[in-house]
Design a protein around this ligand. Structure first.
Ligand SMILES: Nc1ncnc2c1ncn2[C@@H]1O[C@H](COP(=O)(O)OP(=O)(O)OP(=O)(O)O)[C@@H](O)[C@H]1O
Ligand SMILES: [Mg+2]
Length: 371
């Protein structure tokens, strides 16, 4: 299929810069997810790749060819939008066939391509239905079918599942991942849902205010977030952050004082900062456990709400920290944990699982690689 390279892409609307010098290299057949908060520039970047928007600066290279000034239809790209706008008066067959009719593809080939797409998307027995007779997930598949029949080099998806309910989103996530394997195509998928990003992507691009914060595999981003922003975006429930003070450091570790959590020595190489500097400790809720009598230290969390999900329970509450007497805090506990709202629990965290960020939100390098 195709490789896609973005070189120094910037975009301004009037005086407002919305994309800043984006550089990305996407391999053939990769499933890439652009993730980031609303307004960070995901759709704009996708539209620039598709040729629906012109970059203010930079080049788009597809399969080694500079397509920066090529017309959208000449780029070999197909885009599926959030609102999948099907023609209500046309059958599923004709909706899928639409781009082929426009391109005046001969009838026999058109039939064969529509049937092939319908087969992949399990729509074969719905081809004569109208969109109004379909479920939301089936309609979304028709929109994807319209992309598939064009045999694009690259598929672009802009939040295609955001109109679906939670259960259907889950099903469609699996369907899209399996479609990616069947089609062996390069796909770029935009979402602000970090679960979609984690579960579907070969590599995730985290965008923040028009810049790439980090580009890497889901587990790389999970274990080694480069910034506090990435750390807070990837992982569910999201990471706890606690104000702390750097007290000592050497080549293999650094020590911090995090008030109620006490003194901790972490296998983190401080790349900047000196003793007495404020730092930010990051602890993932799933890296916490109930402290046993054998655990040294441990700290107290006051539980306010307990969400039981079956296999696990998520405790929401607060701890005391440098910043405040009552800083909100989350912990993932065993599903059958015996805790009632209002009670206090004693938690333990392995120092090797902790993350440390400078006051500017830059991760200090962890010395123990986990991926
Ligand atoms: N045609 C336009 N003219 C002016 N500003 C625009 C235009 N299109 C987008 N913007 C601005 O560019 C920024 C990025 O918008 P974009 O639609 O790319 O964000 P997004 O990451 O896709 O957000 P969302 O998750 O809400 O879809 C926003 O601040 C938006 O207001
Ligand atoms: Mg968008």
């Amino acid at each position: 299929m195709a490789t896609v390279a973005l070189q120094n892409i910037s975009k301004s609307f009037d005086d407002t810069q919305v994309l800043n010098n984006i550089n990305l290299s996407i391999e053939d057949r990769e499933f890439i997810v652009f993730v980031g908060p609303s307004g960070c520039g995901k759709t704009t970047l996708l539209r620039i790749i598709a040729g629906l928007e012109e970059a203010s600066e930079g080049q788009i290279i597809i399969d080694g060819e500079d397509v920066s000034s090529a017309h959208p239809v000449d780029r070999g790209i197909s885009m599926v939008f959030q609102s999948y706008a099907l023609y209500p008066h046309l059958s599923v067959f004709e909706n899928i066939a639409f781009p082929l009719r426009v391109a005046k593809v001969p009838e026999a080939e058109l039939n064969q391509r529509v049937e092939h797409a319908a087969n992949i998307l399990q729509l074969t027995n719905r081809l004569q239905h109208k969109p109004g007779q379909l479920s939301g997930g089936q309609r979304q598949r028709v929109a994807i079918g319209r992309s598939i029949v064009r045999n694009p080099k690259v598929f672009l998806f802009d939040e295609p599942l955001s109109n679906l309910d939670a259960a259907l989103r889950g099903d469609m996530r699996v369907e899209l991942a399996s479609l990616h394997q069947d089609l062996n195509a390069t796909m770029i998928y935009v979402t602000h849902d970090q679960v979609e990003a984690m579960t579907m992507a070969d590599k995730i691009v985290v965008l923040n205010a028009g810049s790439v914060e980090q580009f890497g595999s889901p587990m790389e981003l999970y274990h080694h977030p480069r910034t506090k922003f990435v750390a807070s975006f990837i992982g569910q429930p999201n990471m706890n952050f606690i104000a702390a003070t750097l007290t000592a450091s050497d080549d293999t570790s650094c020590s911090i004082d995090a008030d109620d959590l006490g003194a901790l020595t972490l296998p983190v190489a401080p790349v900047e900062g000196s003793h007495g500097d404020p730092v930010c400790l990051g602890i993932r809720p799933e890296d916490l456990s109930l402290a046993t009598d054998g655990d040294a230290g441990g700290f107290i969390m006051k539980v306010k709400v307990l969400e039981r999900l079956g296999g696990i329970a998520i405790a929401y509450g607060s701890i005391k920290s440098q910043a405040s007497d009552s800083q909100s805090f989350k912990a993932v506990l065993p599903g059958d944990v015996q805790v009632a709202p209002g009670e206090e629990i004693r938690l333990h965290v392995e120092p090797s699982k902790c993350h440390l960020f400078s006051d500017q939100g830059i991760a200090m390098r962890r010395l123990k690689a986990e991926v």
